[in-house]
Design a binder for this molecule. Structure first.
Ligand SMILES: Cc1ncc(COP(=O)(O)O)c(C=O)c1O
Length: 408
């Protein structure tokens, strides 16, 4: 068997297949997301596990996500565009856990990725694959983190990148993208407004669109969070995962990884983690659709939240997010602005993490699911801090507790 494994592309909505050896965006029939499908079985799964960790399979860093390159859609991983993404720590949070009455609580700290967020995983894989298939000019609408990650990877190449960001994203994101050499377009409005402007200004013949789930390769980078959890837990999976959800790639990607692990025979049973999507009250399309039992989400008019990565009024992958939540027996909950601020403060005070607002929201979501008795305090819970808070506007930084020096 030749590694990396070959894959096919299928539309997640209508099932139509698309050739994998040419650049693809969305389904040409229904314009919904395409997903890569690898033909997996337990014999192959055993071989992949044996190869995991072999130096020939890890050309860059033994801990980076490229250790999973056998099941990533990149033909030549030794030429991947990488900054050592992945391999983030799983932090045991005993002090926080006891405050919540939870015995087994961990944080997967994605802020320790290059450029400070989980977006690095997706961009490394997507840009590597798109370049293999001939892309040279990239564009992306972004609340900030995806743009910063894309800019860093494109900086290693002779390609071009144009990013469209909401004007209220924060100087940290703009300066970062400019430093990496990207062209920065600031747009009044949300990421949806950015996407409209980008579509008007960047023709598909010239530009490869890196928007969330409008190409099939970013998701593949994100799925490695699921593989890592399996390794972090010594060949098992946790009971519950809380993920702050905007476009949904993190949650959908991990759910895809769990299906692939099952096909590879890595799991002894089908007890997958329950996926809990956390959104904010000012922009909660998934929570509303989940509560109404709907298959797709109705876009939010006038979305309002300073957790900018969650200000996604109409995610294109809505049906995939909702499917993952329901199939896993999970839930979707929303938190207020005050609640995520408090969550972010707790992460700073009790875990030493200067988290993004989205990470604060994920922790605040734990209180909701405990109050609603969706989970019990005995379960093994993983919360994702998806990014660092440093690049956000200072008005969203965690509030410091009163200084208490050690008494003389
Ligand atoms: C820090 C952070 N967390 C979470 C999200 C939401 O991620 P997803 O679009 O995968 O749902 C974003 C998206 O911008 C983000 O920047």
């Amino acid at each position: 068997m030749k590694f990396p494994l070959p894959y096919k592309l299928h539309c997640g909505w209508c099932g139509r297949s698309h050739p994998a050896e040419v650049l693809q965006q969305t389904c040409t029939d229904c314009r919904r997301p395409l997903l890569a499908r690898f033909e997996l079985n337990p014999t192959l799964g055993k071989k992949i596990r044996e190869r995991l960790g072999s130096s020939s399979n890890n050309p860059h860093s033994p801990h980076s996500l490229w250790r999973y390159s056998d099941i990533l859609p990149v033909a030549n991983p030794s030429r991947a565009i990488t900054l050592g993404e992945g391999g983030t720590p799983l932090l045991k949070a005993e002090r926080l856990g006891s405050q919540f009455g939870v015995k087994h609580l961990w944080f997967k700290d994605e802020s320790q990725n290059p450029t400070g967020s989980f977006k690095a995983r997706g961009m490394s894989v997507a840009i590597s694959r798109a370049i293999e298939l001939g892309a040279r000019r990239f564009c992306v609408p972004s609340a900030g983190n995806a743009a910063g990650a894309a800019a860093a990877y494109v900086a290693q190449t002779d390609c071009e990148l144009r990013v469209y960001m909401p004007a209220d994203s924060g100087e940290g994101f703009f300066s970062e993208c400019r430093a990496f050499g990207a062209e920065v377009m600031m747009v009044e409005g949300t990421i949806a407004t950015c996407a409209h402007r980008m579509e008007a200004e960047c023709s598909p013949e010239e530009w490869f669109d890196l928007s969330t789930l409008k190409e099939p390769y970013r998701l593949e980078g994100k799925k490695t969070m699921g593989f890592e959890l399996y390794e972090d837990f010594g060949g098992e999976l946790p009971d519950v995962i809380l993920y702050p959800t905007g476009g949904g790639t993190g949650l959908i990607g991990m759910w895809k990884a769990f299906q692939e692990m099952r096909e590879m025979g890595w799991l002894e049973n089908d007890d997958f983690p329950r996926m809990v999507s956390v959104q904010t009250a000012g922009c909660a399309p998934i929570v509303h659709a989940f509560e109404r039992g709907e298959e797709t989400a109705k876009p939010i008019d006038n979305p309002q939240t300073a957790a900018l990565g969650l200000r996604v009024p109409g995610p294109i992958g809505d049906f995939l997010i909702l499917r993952a939540i329901r199939e896993s027996g999970g839930a979707a909950v929303m938190v207020t602005e005050a609640e995520w601020v408090e969550g972010q403060g707790q992460l700073a005070r009790d875990l030493g993490i200067f988290a993004s607002p989205e990470g604060g929201a994920a922790l605040a979501g734990l209180r909701k699911i405990l109050d609603n008795e969706i989970i019990s305090g005995d379960e093994r819970i993983v919360i994702f801090n998806t990014g660092t808070g440093f690049k956000y506007p200072p008005t969203t930084w965690p509030t410091p507790p009163p200084y208490q020096g050690i008494a003389a």
